[in-house]
Design a binder for this molecule. Structure first.
Ligand SMILES: [Ca+2]
Ligand SMILES: [Ca+2]
Length: 330
């Protein structure tokens, strides 16, 4: 801001102050929560406009998310006369493909269509993220623990219509908290069906810092490509699902109450990733680059408020081989 005074300072005396119009006043009473909300909303505005405060690092406007291109892929199929996702002909070429600069499809464009918005989302910071989906008529949101679509799990959905960006109409629209790693890209997909009347689709998230991005902004997103990451890792992962050594790995006690030990029996010394999935396929715990002690790993899950039932532990060793184990919580 320039004040048009010779020294261009804004700590000038009261008599020299400029008149400032168009102020917006917050409603009273102003509480700590009001200030916190205002601060978050201000940070969101900065992010939406790609503004980074502080000294610039190497000229990049967002040094934390270097692998994004600012867009996500939207595939659109017309003439889908069904309420079942399986009737969207995703194996056939779409009627049209476009790219979105925000995780939101155009609203009220047609009737009887299906669409898939997919690509990669890059986490800007380490920690727990919450996702939301809003749609009319209905939609589901999938997230993978890697760039590989094969590992995607459904994390949120709405079976009935919501208004555009109406995030909290149904509890199922909100995901559990999901641990993501800074700078890592994750495959993400929204699948949507529209019959008649209004139509909309949007996906949002909350960052570990509390900042809401609803919808998710473009600088977190990259379009879908079939060559995912390094092909070596991708193909090993595909083989790994067949090449199962899990009989050699044991988990005990099983059933467990809060702590469980995995013994890899000297097959593996280090894990690239370990994920715990709920019975509905939600990622409820994730750990990366885990060093094993004596080929064993003790997990303390007491802080996760898990319900009794069947869970799946999926792990990937440092050669890229994946495996899974069923465990039961008492
Ligand atoms: Ca419509
Ligand atoms: Ca509709």
């Amino acid at each position: 801001m320039a004040w048009n005074y010779p020294n261009n300072r804004n700590d000038i005396s009261v008599s020299e102050k400029a008149t400032y119009s168009n102020n917006t006043f917050l409603p009273n009473p102003i509480t700590k929560q009001t200030e916190k909300d205002e601060f978050l909303s201000w940070q969101q505005k900065l992010q939406l406009n790609n503004i980074v405060l502080g000294p610039s690092k190497g000229g990049s406007t967002n040094p934390e998310t270097p692998s994004t291109t600012g867009k996500i892929t939207r595939e659109y199929w017309s003439n889908v006369h069904s309420t079942n996702y399986s009737d969207i002909p995703t194996a056939s070429p779409p009627t049209s493909i476009s790219e979105l600069t925000l995780f939101e499809a155009p609203s009220n464009v047609s009737d009887n269509y299906g669409q898939r918005v997919r690509g990669f989302v890059t986490a800007p910071e380490n920690g727990q993220y919450t996702f939301w989906i809003a749609a009319d008529d209905k939609a589901e949101l999938y997230l993978s623990s890697t760039e590989d679509p094969a590992s995607k799990v459904r994390i949120a959905f709405t079976d009935n219509y919501t208004y555009s960006r109406e995030w909290v109409k149904y509890p199922s629209q909100q995901s559990a908290k999901i641990m993501l790693q800074a700078g890592k890209r994750y495959y993400i997909e929204a699948l949507h069906i529209e019959g008649g009347g209004g139509d909309n689709l949007a996906v949002g998230w909350q960052l570990p810092s509390g900042i809401m991005e609803r919808p998710i902004v473009g600088n977190r997103l990259s379009p879908y490509t079939t060559t995912v990451g390094t092909t070596a890792v991708a193909s090993t992962l595909e083989i790994a699902d067949v090449d199962i050594n899990s009989q050699k790995t044991i988990a005990y006690p099983n059933p467990f109450s809060s702590k469980i030990t995995l013994n890899f029996r000297n097959q593996i010394m280090e894990l690239q990733q370990l994920v715990l999935l709920s019975p509905t396929g939600q990622v409820i715990y994730q750990s990366n680059s885990v060093e094993l002690e004596d080929s064993k790993l003790e997990l303390d899950l007491s802080g996760l408020k898990m319900k009794a039932g069947l869970y799946l532990i999926k792990y990937t060793d440092n050669q890229g081989n994946s495996n899974s184990l069923k465990v039961y919580m008492k």
